[in-house]
Write a protein that binds this ligand. Structure first.
Ligand SMILES: [Zn+2]
Length: 167
């Protein structure tokens, strides 16, 4: 299956980089691993009985790569976080990469690519749930929309579909 064009990627980055909180919560390596696990479990196993068999992304650190703050592997099983003097690990980046890991590739092809609408819904949920931003959910949605970033409706979240509850 081919990869859909990542049509709103630059808009998503523009929105993130313009947010005060994007550089607001630095993490140590152990803290970042803890957040990856907590975020992933919160998204995937909420109210699922016997969610065994679901993977938790493996986290590694890059001390040389300077171009990206984080990367999620295409198979969604690995996260690489840049950890350098210039680019320390940020909580927002962790949420961003986990949002990639919980958004299936096959869904990305119908929702605007890797940084498409469903990715954005999952990212926004994490930013609120893990208090990366101090805004309300509606305020955060409005800020993304004002930057031209499209977001899937709240009910389209795969977490919400599984757990039938919202945040
Ligand atoms: Zn990304």
């Amino acid at each position: 299956m081919g990869t859909a064009r990542d049509i709103q990627r630059s808009k998503v980055y523009g929105w993130q980089w313009g947010m005060e909180e994007y550089n607001g919560h630095k993490l140590s390596r152990p803290q970042s691993i803890k957040y990856v696990n907590q975020m992933f479990r919160w998204h995937t196993t909420a109210n699922i009985k016997g969610a065994r068999g679901m993977w938790t992304p493996a986290v590694s650190f890059n001390t040389r790569l300077r171009r990206y703050s984080g990367l999620a592997s295409h198979d969604r099983t690995k996260i690489t976080l840049t950890d350098t003097k210039d680019i320390p690990i940020e909580l927002w980046t962790v949420a961003h990469e986990v949002a990639h890991c919980v958004t299936p590739n096959e869904v990305c092809t119908t929702t605007g690519g890797a940084h498409g609408k469903l990715f954005m819904r999952h990212l926004i949920e994490m930013l609120i749930r893990f208090k990366v931003v101090k805004m309300s959910l509606s305020e955060l949605e409005a800020s993304a929309k004002a930057a031209g970033v499209k977001i899937a409706p709240r009910t389209h979240s795969l977490r919400v579909k599984r757990s039938a509850s919202y945040l």
